[in-house]
Design a protein. Structure first.
Length: 394
């Protein structure tokens, strides 16, 4: 397909922020972007059939939006226990759980994501457990989740603060304190290190027996090797620093998820080289650790040089509000380009899927949307949504 006479917002770096091409074209081939640039470089339209050419004069084409942290497909709307697969609260340490095994792509939230130009989501277990399990990155269009996967697994979920405390305090089990939550994480990572060392010794020495298979340790080995990112659910400043402390202790490739009090410690986070997935915005302070929540958080973090993404944490917020949240961040002081990056290229980079999505570049997935209005305003609706080179909404 050939899209012509359109304002291309590529989200690729440029001397002045991100590259835009005021009157440009974009060509898809199969599921990927084959070419893009100014109209002066556009292929001859006569070489295409009429139904393959889209004249989009006056419109803007930009990468599909990415929600870097949510629970889509695991928390189904309109259902109670039957559709709630967020938390396995029988054990506070469950790294062996795979979010993909609980995702229902036929849930209406996927259709609503497409309608809002959200083309990729990073989804997985909730935050009741100290270690919750594996997240995966999936496209939002399809019926078979295995065919929608962009990367699986993409991260291991850890959780600090009130959620594990509240869950297991109700059961009079560990962890009932922040100390115990951190201790469980530390113990599990130490076990995974020893397990990996024993596996390596067995491979090097044929006389050494390998350790008995341990599903939990096996799932954590890629984390302690730095091959799988560690996503830390953390709201309060002290929990944020605990996440960083644990990450340093085990040399983890970590991401701060929510980072609600990040605005209070933004300079320290910048000095640490941390990155954050903030949100959800526009919500009430529903628990004590959200007492200092503010919609200014993404703006403050960004202004201090912290790479910042914005998420909905669906089902805390409807997935379709992701671009509106970015618009809210602009209202609260975030630079417009940074806000747009916070739902496109930055989440892709933070999660580690920017080789496929997040910007318009030759060779990347043909995931993009066309808007006739500012996409971060509440009145905006995509005129066209393309995922994997296929028009999925028009």
């Amino acid at each position: 397909m050939l899209f012509i006479h359109v304002n291309l917002v590529t989200m690729e770096p440029a001397p002045q922020g991100f590259l835009s091409i005021p009157d440009g074209f974009l060509l898809t081939e199969g599921s990927c972007i084959a070419a893009l640039g100014p109209m002066s470089d556009c292929p001859d339209t006569s070489a295409f059939s009429p139904e393959e050419v889209f004249d989009l004069k006056g419109n803007t084409l930009l990468p599909g939006f990415i929600d870097a942290h949510c629970h889509m497909g695991l928390a189904e709307e309109g259902l109670n226990f039957e559709g709630d697969d967020l938390n396995e609260i029988t054990d506070p340490v469950t790294p062996q759980l795979r979010g993909i095994d609980a995702i229902n792509p036929l849930n209406k939230s996927f259709e609503e994501a497409v309608s809002a130009a959200v083309t990729t989501v990073v989804t997985g277990p909730g935050s009741a457990n100290a270690i919750g399990g594996q997240f995966c990155a999936v496209k939002t269009y399809g019926r078979n989740i295995d065919r929608m996967v962009l990367q699986n697994p993409v991260a291991m979920k850890f959780a600090l603060g009130e959620n594990p405390k509240n869950c297991y305090n109700d059961k009079s089990e560990t962890p009932m304190t922040r100390m115990a939550t951190a201790a469980l994480i530390r113990e599990s990572l130490r076990k995974a290190q020893r397990y990996y060392e024993d596996c390596c010794k067995a491979q090097e020495d044929e006389d050494t027996d390998p350790p008995d298979f341990d599903a939990k340790c096996d799932a954590l080995v890629p984390v302690i090797k730095g091959e799988l990112k560690a996503h830390f659910h953390c709201h309060r400043a002290d929990d944020i620093f605990t996440a960083i402390r644990l990450a340093k202790e085990f040399d983890l490739d970590y991401v701060l998820v929510h980072c609600t009090e990040g605005h209070l410690i933004a300079q320290e986070l910048a000095e640490e080289g941390a990155c954050a997935i903030t949100g959800p915005l526009m919500t009430t302070r529903s628990k004590p650790e959200l007492a200092n929540a503010t919609d200014r958080n993404p703006a403050v973090l960004s202004q201090h040089g912290v790479k910042t993404a914005i998420c909905t944490d669906y089902n805390v917020m409807p997935i379709g509000l992701l671009p509106i949240c970015a618009g809210m961040a602009v209202r609260e002081g975030m630079d417009y380009q940074q806000a747009l990056a916070a739902i496109t290229i930055y989440p892709a980079q933070i999660v580690g899927i920017d080789h496929r999505v997040g910007s318009l570049k030759v060779g990347k997935d043909a995931d993009f949307a066309v808007f006739s209005q500012d996409p971060l305003t509440i009145a905006a609706r995509p005129q066209l949504v393309v995922i994997g080179g296929k028009i999925v909404r028009r």
